[in-house]
Write a protein of this length. Structure first.
Ligand code: SF4
Length: 216
């Protein structure tokens, strides 16, 4: 049963990565929303450096909505696509002020209508800032789900759907932290480190059967 295999894998990963968590830093749902918009195709560490400056200067949604676009651009410039991201950040803040009285809506349908917010971003905010069961599929979670053959899909939305069927609802968020850490630190895109992988025995990926030898 695939439900049992994934449950077993998650319990091994829980022991291996007790520190697994979202690596973006935030204090409020709004900060997480903005950090996640900025994190598209960017490293979390770099996003954290940028948001530290951004949230120090603009401490609430209204001040960010009213901030001059050029000033936001200047702060987020270390990130790729910074002009587009700056626009998304300002526009998302403005819509939250105008349509939701300054509060991030805890609803997938509402979140995905905000500028720069897709399903993955919305799920990250719901799961990590609101504690609502959600299953965001980022590049790491998606790759691991494919290699473990929990999904044969290529689109993150379909992978999310497949994982939802296999993992109990209350474990969705934690599962994304654990699978994300596995993908980030062991099951890496170019060369998975199967010889150090704690779930190698449960993995059908060909590399797992012929593990790369440890470096001497
Ligand atoms: S055994 Fe290898 S391919 Fe399978 S999950 Fe671990 S690192 Fe990834």
């Amino acid at each position: 049963m695939e439900e049992e295999r994934i449950a077993h894998i998650l319990s091994i990963l829980e022991e291996h990565f007790p520190e697994a968590r979202l690596l973006l830093e935030f204090r409020t749902p709004f900060e997480l929303l903005i950090a996640t918009i900025l994190a598209a195709q960017a490293q979390d560490e770099r996003v954290n450096q940028v948001t530290k400056v951004l949230f120090q200067k603009y401490q609430d949604v209204l001040s960010l909505a009213q901030a001059p676009l050029e000033e936001i651009e200047h702060i987020v410039r270390p990130l790729n696509y910074y002009r587009q991201k700056a626009r998304f950040v300002k526009e998302a803040a403005r819509e939250i002020v105008e349509k939701f009285r300054g509060e991030v809506p805890p609803s997938l349908e509402a979140l995905v209508k905000l500028p720069g917010v897709g399903r993955k971003t919305a799920n990250i905010v719901l799961g990590n800032a609101f504690g609502i069961p959600a299953l965001p599929v980022d590049t790491h979670v998606g790759r691991v789900a494919q290699r473990l053959q929990f999904s044969f899909a290529s689109s993150p939305d379909k992978i999310e759907e497949d994982l939802r069927q296999l993992i109990p609802r209350e474990k969705w968020v934690r599962a994304t932290h654990l699978l994300g850490f596995l993908g980030r630190f062991i099951c890496q895109a170019k060369k998975p480190l199967c010889h150090t992988c704690p779930i190698q025995a449960f993995c059908p990926y060909p590399e797992a059967s012929f593990p790369n030898p440890p470096r001497s």
